[in-house]
Design a protein around this ligand. Structure first.
Ligand SMILES: [Zn+2]
Length: 118
């Protein structure tokens, strides 16, 4: 089965970047395959955010999982130098806790979805 991980808003399903949660109106979203998702999961763990919890569950359920994100977001998110800078900043301000680094946005509901229409 072929599913794409996306974010659903209350007023209907909109395709969003899984990283910045912006919709795909501004520029074209690219599809991350399972290898890329795995990299995003690893980066999420290093960043102490909770994105990997959802992604990992979904990837276990569907090893052909695909997710939508902007190419720029994915490369920034998984950049080793950016992660290092983020961790240095966290250490400096002593807010290295899961909660404070959380990227979860309350009004967005993360959901496994519908077959993706190409
Ligand atoms: Zn994004």
């Amino acid at each position: 089965m072929h599913t794409v991980f996306q974010v659903e808003l209350k007023d209907g399903t909109v395709l969003h970047c899984i990283l910045c949660k912006e919709d795909g109106n501004k520029k074209e979203l690219s599809i991350a395959g399972s290898d890329r998702i795995q990299t995003i999961i690893e980066s999420s763990k290093q960043r102490f955010d909770d994105l990997h919890e959802d992604l990992e569950t979904r990837l276990l359920a569907d090893k052909h999982l695909e997710a939508l994100c902007y190419r720029d977001c994915a490369s920034m998110y998984t950049s080793k130098s950016r992660i290092k800078r983020l961790l240095d900043k966290m250490r400096a301000s002593k807010i290295c806790s899961k909660t404070s680094a959380s990227v979860r946005i309350n009004n967005l509901r993360l959901q496994a979805t519908l077959p993706f229409m190409r």
